[in-house]
Design a protein around this ligand. Sequence first.
Ligand code: HEM
Ligand code: HEM
Length: 155
Amino acid sequence: MNILEHPLLHDVVALAHPVLYGIVTLAALYVAWSGLLRARSLHCDWKHPFPWKKHVFWGSIVLGLWGIGHLSGFAGAMFAWNTTFFEPAHAYTGVLMLPLALVGYFTGRRLDRVKKRRKLLPAIHGINNMILVILALYQLYSGYEMFHMVPWEII
Ligand code: HEM
Ligand code: HEM
């Protein structure tokens, strides 16, 4: 049998994307929570310790994976249905997340490298990334709804 047609490989590839991105969404909630603490300190004068290094480290992992998320999703879709854009809302939202992830990463990198008191750039970074978090929660919901449409071979 051709290894690419093995039922176990089919299921593992189709499952890899939803499992990985479910975990990434949890990591994103941590980054968003620490970012919101920072926003309260910067804009409301309500002082909080900000886990700067952890925010940058986990934020970079989350945005990097969101930026390439559509690729693993399309790979899963090829294995599941032999086509892409099978579920247009989930697919287009995934593609839309790429430019937003780039904006989020490069604004964050600038804030990290050139430290000074400012309000506008953190606000652009924060709003852009909170939109991404909302889109990711929508992806979690629509991705969960897609589960029963995947023709699982073994599971
Ligand atoms: C899911 C990803 C991310 C989310 C949801 C997020 C969210 C936020 C939010 C809400 C703030 C507060 C903004 C404000 O006070 O107006 C913030 C601040 C900050 N973020 Fe992010 N962020 C993410 C990723 C990143 C990345 C990848 C980096 C660096 C490469 C980064 C670096 C920073 C820095 C340095 C600040 C503090 C800015 C300052 O106090 O001047 N963030 N983030
Ligand atoms: C947040 C980042 C995410 C992005 C950028 C993303 C992107 C994509 C894309 C572009 C596809 C291909 C759809 C098609 O061609 O019809 C896809 C498929 C899929 N996505 Fe997502 N997705 C994300 C999160 C999730 C999450 C959290 C789940 C799970 C609850 C999920 C479950 C699925 C499923 C089940 C498929 C079908 C293919 C497969 O089983 O691998 N996605 N995704």
